[in-house]
Design a protein around this ligand. Structure first.
Ligand SMILES: *Cc1c(COP(=O)(O)O)cnc(C)c1O
Length: 357
């Protein structure tokens, strides 16, 4: 038998979540964000299951090329744009859109030569202070772009740092900064990530850019995915490979810092940080054994975790262990491990067997 570690990808849940985007932003086109292997779900399979996406957003040319090679002819946007002069021929050849966020990228385009039209998305910094041109430079950047032979449509975008926090006033302020900068420029515009799609309707504009909500993670602080009618797409599961009787006082795993308070069964499941399960998940992190709640005992190893089976005296080798998914929100596991669902999903490793249905 092979190692029993599986990621089941529920494509109906993915489509359900996509329809939630359309419901929330009915007048906007949808750029489905599938960077980082579709947040760990398998980029090509996810893209194939989103026939109504108007465009796909990826981080690098390799991701875009694998989509083209799989036969996609829809719009693909490189969210970080060009990395060097050699990328110009590739984006032209594979008909990719690029984000332009920096002077250096503008210079590459001015020095290179386009053989075919290239659509660009100019990224403006409205307050995140990560990528983007200052809004006061918008006319100058636009004028320089328009002088480049064969530049195609020019669209404008920005990104929010705090849209997940409905109490923050940054999002409304950034939206206003963006719209003020664009008053004299008639062009398509996009601001909204998942959090803004569900939390800030007046940011929807021409295009929305959902990522995490497609995969069923909550985009909002303090709100569960279920309360937003989002469904888990990935269920990560494995099996118990050992179940052992332990005595009160027995220490479990590396560092010996988790000690059995009373006699009990402790199970060992085949998954560890070498598979993307977070090493920082402390004892007490929730898992499901045979569908019932149980907790991590001791530190996460590279290939294994230990599970306190105090409430499951009937547990046996071969029993199913769910790490996250339909019955155990990835957001809860992320919170226990001091991280976010995005990191857990993206981190699912290549040793995991993927199944789609
Ligand atoms: C990753 C990304 C998104 C999607 O963000 P979510 O929070 O996952 O919805 C949207 N826009 C840009 C530019 C991104 O890089």
């Amino acid at each position: 038998m092979t190692r029993p570690l599986r990621a089941h990808i529920n494509l109906q849940a993915l489509q359900h979540n996509f329809s939630r985007v359309q419901q929330a932003a009915p007048r906007s086109r949808v750029m489905a964000i599938i960077k980082a292997n579709a947040y760990g779900h398998g980029m090509v399979r996810v893209a194939q299951s989103l026939p109504d996406a108007d465009a796909f957003g990826v981080a690098c040319i390799d991701e875009a090329i694998s989509l083209r090679e799989a036969g996609f002819d829809r719009r693909i946007v490189l969210l970080e744009g060009l990395f060097g002069a050699e990328d110009i021929a590739l984006v032209n050849g594979f008909q990719l859109d690029v984000v332009i966020h920096h002077e250096s990228q503008l210079a590459l385009l001015e020095q290179g030569s386009l053989l075919r039209p290239l659509d660009v998305w100019v990224k403006l910094d409205t307050g995140m202070h990560r990528l983007g041109f200052a809004t006061e430079n918008i006319e100058a950047v636009t004028a320089r772009l328009q002088k480049i032979p064969r530049i195609g449509a020019i669209r404008y975008m920005s990104h929010f740092p705090c849209a997940d926090d409905l109490d923050s006033n940054s999002t409304a302020r950034q939206r206003q900064t963006f719209l003020d900068a664009l008053t004299a420029i008639p062009a398509e515009q996009t601001l909204a990530n998942s959090a803004a799609i569900v939390g800030w309707p007046d940011t929807h504009l021409d295009w929305v850019r959902p990522g995490i909500m497609l995969y069923g993670g909550t985009p909002l602080i303090g709100r569960s995915a279920a309360s937003l009618d989002l469904q888990a797409v990935m269920t990560l599961s494995t099996r118990l490979i050992a179940v052992n009787e332990r005595r009160a006082g027995d220490a479990i795993g590396y560092g010996e810092d988790w000690v059995c308070p009373t006699d009990r069964l402790v199970g060992v499941a085949a998954i560890g940080y070498g598979d993307g399960y977070p090493r920082h998940a402390p004892g007490g992190t929730p898992v499901l054994v045979n569908g019932k709640p149980a907790k991590l005992a001791g530190r996460v190893s590279m290939d294994m975790i230990c599970i306190d089976l105090v409430d499951q005296p009937q547990a046996r080798v071969g029993d199913e262990v769910v790490l996250w998914g339909e019955a155990l929100p990835v957001d809860e596991v992320a919170a226990a491990a001091g991280t976010i669902s995005y990191e857990l999903l993206c981190g699912v490793g290549s040793r995991v067997q993927f199944e789609y249905s």
